[in-house]
Design a binder for this molecule. Structure first.
Ligand SMILES: Cc1cc2nc3c(=O)[nH]c(=O)nc-3n(C[C@H](O)[C@H](O)[C@H](O)COP(=O)(O)OP(=O)(O)OC[C@H]3O[C@@H](n4cnc5c(N)ncnc54)[C@H](O)[C@@H]3O)c2cc1C
Length: 304
């Protein structure tokens, strides 16, 4: 698959795609606008390069996350009254685990770690990994629950952002979208939400006409990506071995969040506010509103 480029007009006029296997050959599809939504493996940077345009600057934060997921039979005595337990990676071990109730009396369990620290692919090793988490809930369930599926591994290397908004020249008739623009560490569950907000931005851009749409769309998308990117990368950079620039602002935010987490253990309002921000329902500054900051200060002192 590659774009069809009109050098006279400096615009993409369609796509050349591999025709269905039994038909063979290459097929050309004409289009007023081609949107590259092919995910983080997008070839747009290479296409731009081949067409004589600059490639976007890439920003990456390596996390080398590895996790392993499995379904278990859910019994009434498991975590009574709870539908889920989520343990985010934190010092000293940075291992994380999630257990979520599903339909048909099942649990879905995911365990993982950073920078190559992956759960073993065998039953005993997986259970031992659960035992090593900071809290015992997940281990307490899976140590003797019936597993329903094999262990399924997943690996994610790096948060990756491509700064198309910085390019001074970009062909008409082409856009880049979703994970092809920015792909986040999946443990934060942001990518689909961000792609939806980009879709709304694209709708607004299209209403204003297609001329110069790339500049308008990339600027709008960049603003939408900024906050979730800072949240994902900022959180990953709490891990001391994750490489990246830790600005004074980031160090302050992570210091404040550590206090907030301590206070939120006994304060449902703080916990809810954090989840609203983490799920992109409220802006991050709402965590620093005076009433919230006071609760953080009092709560973290009480929990110390
Ligand atoms: C394990 C995991 C868990 C996640 N959990 C969450 C979550 O809880 N919440 C959330 O909001 N986000 C989550 N995400 C992120 C979310 O999945 C992505 O942000 C979202 O799918 C991006 O959509 P996209 O369409 O840009 O790219 P993709 O979903 O990657 O889609 C790209 C598509 O293009 C196709 N394609 C690529 N190249 C070609 C080609 N040459 N020809 C034809 N087709 C091609 C691919 O096969 C693919 O189907 C998670 C991601 C992962 C990996």
């Amino acid at each position: 698959m590659e774009p069809v480029f009109d050098r006279v007009e400096s615009r993409v006029t369609g796509l050349r795609v591999q025709a269905q296997r039994d038909l063979g050959g290459v097929e050309t599809i004409s289009a007023d606008l081609v949107v590259d939504a092919s995910g983080r493996g997008s070839h747009s940077p290479a296409w731009l390069d081949a067409l004589g345009y600059a490639k976007p600057r890439e920003e990456g934060v390596q996390v080398q996350i590895g996790y392993m997921t499995r379904l278990y039979r859910r019994r009434p005595e498991h975590l009574p009254g709870k539908q889920a337990v989520v343990m985010a990676g934190c010092r000293p071990g940075w291992r994380f685990g999630v257990i979520l109730a599903q339909e048909d009396d099942r649990w879905i369990v995911t365990l993982g770690g950073y920078l190559g620290d992956r759960p073993p692919a065998d039953e005993a090793g997986y259970i031992e990994f659960a035992r090593s988490l900071p809290k015992p809930e997940i281990f307490g369930v899976i140590k003797d629950a019936d597993s329903l599926t094999p262990l399924a591994p997943y690996h994610f290397s790096a948060n990756l952002r491509r700064h198309y908004e910085e390019l001074r020249r970009f062909p008409e008739g082409l856009l880049v979208f979703g994970d092809a623009l920015c792909s986040f560490n999946p443990v934060y569950g942001q990518g689909m939400t961000v792609a939806c907000t980009e879709a709304l931005a694209l709708q607004e851009c299209l209403v204003a006409g297609s001329q110069g749409i790339a500049r308008r769309f990339f600027q709008a998308a960049s603003k939408l990506i900024d906050i979730p990117w800072q949240m994902a990368v900022g959180s990953d950079l709490q891990h001391p071995a994750v490489a990246g620039k830790r600005t004074a602002q980031l160090r302050f935010i992570n210091w404040y969040l550590a206090k907030l987490f301590r206070a939120a253990q006994h304060d449902a309002l703080l916990a809810t506010r954090f989840l609203e921000v983490a799920n992109l329902m409220k802006p991050p500054p709402s965590l620093m509103a005076p009433g919230i900051a006071l609760r953080v200060w009092k709560g973290s002192r009480a929990a110390a």
